[in-house]
Design a binder for this molecule. Structure first.
Ligand SMILES: NC(=O)c1ccc[n+]([C@@H]2O[C@H](COP(=O)([O-])OP(=O)(O)OC[C@H]3O[C@@H](n4cnc5c(N)ncnc54)[C@H](O)[C@@H]3O)[C@@H](O)[C@H]2O)c1
Ligand SMILES: O=C(O)[C@H](O)[C@H](O)COP(=O)(O)O
Length: 373
């Protein structure tokens, strides 16, 4: 059997070679000729898996080592009898880290106290629900909009209008969908911004095409919003430099780039291939996943948001990623390729010996391990 694999998927070398003839190639350049005698394809978001790529090839199974699967033409695959899988939730904690770090940076920049501010979350799946829980622990009010879940589950969901009217931050965690009752393509447009009431900060780490960059620029110019955090862009890897200069935090689609998230993404993809081809490695996981060089955090004080911001910064400095893209927006894809995957909060231990009980709880809710309290 033969498999073609995106050559930027970590933790994989030597694994599938035991079962397949393996060809590694940059995801963007995988083409139909590469697949003439291939049975399977293992990709990231950089390979468009559609009829153009797959028609007339023997590929019968595609695994993507990512949460998002908008690069896979599901309708085509169904028609062509190609099975595909993604890696649900693999890097959700990495995006939680990115969004929480960004909210704390924004609160500091604009001198906002998080207590009693409202975070509106649009899309409450693996990522959105983790952020909701952390935000509550940080003292924010949380409103959640997720019409597909609301229809299935009922419960405490609000309308998009409520999010627009009451939020000080709005963070998007929807998949990119092009059609249907809940389609998300360009869901954030001039009409969306016109309904905002509280000059919120907008955060997009979902997909660039969910939001109109031009509408976002108009909203920033007219001060309908206070600011914006943008990790995903329309037309990646090209970045609208005018927009980049206007937003508060601009990063090159790295919200999900944690060591743990990458390890899980690879593992879920290998496991899916194993199930499909009967490889017998259904529980495979990378044998060694790097830990942080210094995993102990010793908080200096008991002032909640200050000490949590310091701890968060010691795991991840989102402003360094911002600076990287700002200094060289044309390097978008290279910044991603060369990215030094960070560790998630759960790989760090906070020394709780001088923390009050409430702060211990908060650190735990953010995702840290707290010891010695
Ligand atoms: N920037 C990054 O590095 C990065 C990393 C991971 C995921 N993502 C993106 O984030 C998205 C969300 O990830 P996830 O793991 O939480 O996905 P998920 O599938 O677990 O959750 C998505 C949620 O959005 C809801 N939803 C769908 N359409 C909606 C609509 N119109 N309005 C409101 N809610 C809607 C769904 O019901 C679901 O609960 C992914 O699809 C991916 O595109 C980006
Ligand atoms: O959908 C996802 O999982 C994320 O957007 C992911 O971080 C994209 O990762 P890449 O395709 O660069 O590996």
């Amino acid at each position: 059997m033969k498999i073609v694999i995106d050559d930027k998927i970590p933790f994989l070398e030597g694994i599938l070679e035991n079962y397949f003839e393996v060809v590694y190639k940059p995801g963007k350049f995988i083409c139909r000729t590469d697949l003439q005698d291939a049975d399977a394809l293992l990709v990231r978001t950089r390979t468009q898996c559609n009829g153009l790529l797959l028609n007339g090839t023997p590929v019968k199974c595609i695994a993507t080592a990512t949460i998002g699967h908008d690069h896979i033409d599901a309708a085509y695959c169904k028609k062509a009898g190609i099975k595909w899988s993604n890696a649900p939730g693999c890097n959700a904690w990495a995006v939680q880290q990115y969004v929480i770090a960004s909210i704390l940076e924004m609160a500091q920049k604009y001198s906002m106290s998080l207590n009693n501010l409202t975070l509106g979350i649009v899309g409450a799946g693996h990522v959105g629900s983790k952020i909701a829980e952390t935000a509550l622990a940080l003292g924010l009010n949380v409103l959640v909009n997720d019409p597909p879940r609301a229809l299935k589950e009922g419960g405490d969901f609000v309308s998009l209008e409520t999010i627009q009217a009451e939020s000080d931050f709005i963070s998007f965690h929807v998949p990119l969908t092009l059609e249907g009752d809940y389609k998300t393509i360009q869901m954030v447009d001039d009409h969306f911004f016109a309904r905002l009431k509280k000059m919120p900060i907008i955060i997009n780490s979902s997909r660039g095409e969910v939001m109109s960059g031009d509408a976002l620029k108009r909203a920033l110019i007219s001060r309908v919003i206070r600011g914006a955090v943008v990790d995903v862009w329309e037309n990646e890897p090209t970045v609208d430099v005018e927009l980049l200069r206007m937003v508060d935090i601009a990063t090159p689609h790295i919200a999900g780039y944690s060591v743990e998230g990458k390890a899980k993404g690879t593992a879920y993809a290998v496991q899916a291939l194993s199930r499909h081809f009967g490889l017998g490695i259904d529980n495979w996981y990378p044998s060694s996943v790097p830990s942080p060089r210094n995993s102990i955090i010793e908080p200096k004080n008991n002032v909640p948001h200050k000490t949590i911001l310091e701890a968060v910064r010691s795991t991840y400095r989102v402003m360094i990623d911002d600076n990287g893209l700002r200094s060289n927006p044309r390097n978008f894809e290279k910044l991603r390729t060369d990215y030094n995957f960070r560790n998630e909060f759960s790989s760090f231990q906070v020394d709780g010996s001088n923390l009050d009980a409430k702060l211990v709880k908060r650190f735990q809710k953010v995702g840290f391990i707290v010891t010695g309290y």
